[in-house]
Each structure stands twice: as C-alpha cells, then as structure tokens.
Design a protein. Structure first.
Length: 292
C-alpha cells in the first residue's frame, strides 16, 4: 500500500467588511441550540423508557400479590368447609358409638378414630396453607422493596448520566468545521454510547510490526511519548493510508471512509510506554460518499 500525497490547502480570505460575521455567529448559535435540543430529546427518551418499564414491573408485581391472596383465601375457605363437614360427621359417629354395643360399637369407634386422624390432617394442611401464604406475602413485599430500590438506583443513574452528558467536552475536528463530543474516560464513553449518535470500538494498541485491526480500520502505533502525552499513528482504511504525527490525548483524529459522508474519529485517552488506549467512533448512518 502506498501513501497518498498530502493535498495542498488553500485558505480563502473572508470577504471584506463586517457583514459576514453576523451570519456566521447566527449559524454557530443555531448549531449549538440544535445540538442541545438533540441531547435533551435523547435524555428524555431514556427517562420515558425507564419510567414505562418501571410502571409495567410494578403493575405485574401488584397483580401477582393480589392473585396469591385470592388463591390463598379460596384454599382456606375450602379447607374450613371440609373441616366443618368432618366435624359434623364426627359428632354423628360419636352419637352412634355411644348407642352401639359389642362389635358395632368397636366398629363405630374405629370410624371415629379414622375421622379424627383425617381431621388432624386437614387442620395441618390449613396451617401449612396459612404459613405458605404468609411466607409468600413476605417475599413479595421484599420484592416490592427491591423494585423500589432499583427504581431509586435507576433515577440516580439517569441523573448521573445527564450530568456526565452535560460535562462532556466538545472539541473541533481536524478535517471538518464541526465540533465533536469526546470522552476522556470509560464513564464518559458509556454516556456517549447512551446518546446513540455513533458506534464505538475501544482499543489498546501496542507498538508492533503489524497494525492492529479496530472494526474496519487498521491502526499502527509508530511512536509513543508518555511524558508529553503525544503519539504518532498510521491509519489504513479503504486501502488508503495516512500518518497522523505528533498528536495529543483527547484530540479527535478524523478520517473519511467510503461508507459515510461523516468522518470516523479516533480519540486516544492514555499514552503509555509503546502503548496507546482509546476508542474509534464511527457514524451510525452509513451513507456512501459521492464519487467513491
């Protein structure tokens, strides 16, 4: 692969007079307002989705508790009815036993003992149902408490996410005039992923003879200066190679590919001895550039 020569850059002087400054300022303000509106919409969408999920989970939990209570009440009512029938039969057999003589009396007493045993079993079953109902109710109440705790944790997480998004740095790229949100640590990178504007691939690249593949891009570390947080890399994409010399950490390094009209961005967060750590940000909307 051969490197393409750097194209000369021509700087067109701005028109004379002060009239061009006002439209430029207005355009910048409009872009900032549009960016803030988009961030607000994304955060509001996350808040709405979480609130809907929590409402559904709470409704399902309340329905499960109510069904358990109804089923338990019906089971206890049936058991009480059975006990009442057994007690009536037991009393009738007792009366028959008192009037019976000889073998008839013995047979009646045996039936009484059998009924007493059955009654004791039914009473134990009732006690077991009550105990199971109390245990289930206690467990469901514990689950309800856990759900409330999770709800509080989600609210705290959303607040932290909103604060992290608000604190993200916006830096101007080296190829276009637009500014980009960059992450300087893993927490801020998670916040960028939540926004959903781009796809992200984290990397740790060590100086070697062969480049390291990150998504569809090859990155080769040529030089690393941990003392001054500077580095030099070679990027290969679409069979085109370009060298980015003497770059600093948390600086968006932009390059175009044939897949999108927006540039890909490489951001290095740490420079160590012969190693760099950072991420590759890729546009989600894959609209090929014209002429590629």
């Amino acid at each position: 692969m051969s490197s393409n020569p750097q194209q000369p850059t021509y700087i067109i002087p701005p028109p004379s007079g002060a009239n061009w400054k006002t439209p430029l300022l207005v355009t910048i303000l409009l872009l900032l307002v549009a960016s803030n509106v988009y961030l607000y919409i994304q955060v509001d969408r996350i808040r709405t989705d979480n609130r809907t999920e929590m409402a559904k989970l709470t409704a399902d939990l309340n329905g499960a508790i109510e069904k358990m209570r109804i089923d338990s009440s019906e089971a206890i009512a049936r058991a009480h009815h059975s006990v009442e029938e057994l007690q009536a039969r037991l009393e009738a057999e007792r009366r028959a036993a008192r009037t019976a003589v000889g073998e008839a009396r013995i047979e009646a007493e045996q039936r009484v003992q059998a009924l007493q045993s059955q009654l004791a079993s039914e009473q134990q079953a009732i006690a077991a149902v009550k105990q199971a109902t109390e245990t289930a109710t206690t467990q469901l109440q514990g689950v309800s408490t856990d759900v409330n705790n999770v709800k509080g944790d989600l609210q705290n997480t959303k607040s932290q996410l909103e604060q992290t998004i608000a604190n993200l740095k916006r830096v101007r790229g080296d190829l276009d005039n637009d500014t980009s949100l960059i992450a300087t640590n893993s927490k801020e990178l998670e916040a960028l992923k939540q926004l959903g504007e781009r796809d992200y691939a984290q990397f740790t690249i060590t100086k070697a003879k062969k480049p390291t593949r990150v998504a569809d891009v090859l990155i080769e570390l040529k030089k690393a200066d941990p003392k001054h947080n500077r580095f030099t890399i070679v990027i290969t994409a679409d069979d085109k190679t370009v060298e980015k010399k003497d770059r600093t950490i948390n600086e968006p390094i932009q390059f175009y590919t044939s897949k999108s009209r927006q540039p890909d961005e490489i951001v290095v967060n740490q420079v160590k001895k012969n190693t760099i750590i950072g991420y590759l940000a890729m546009p989600k909307v894959q609209i090929p550039r014209s002429g590629t």
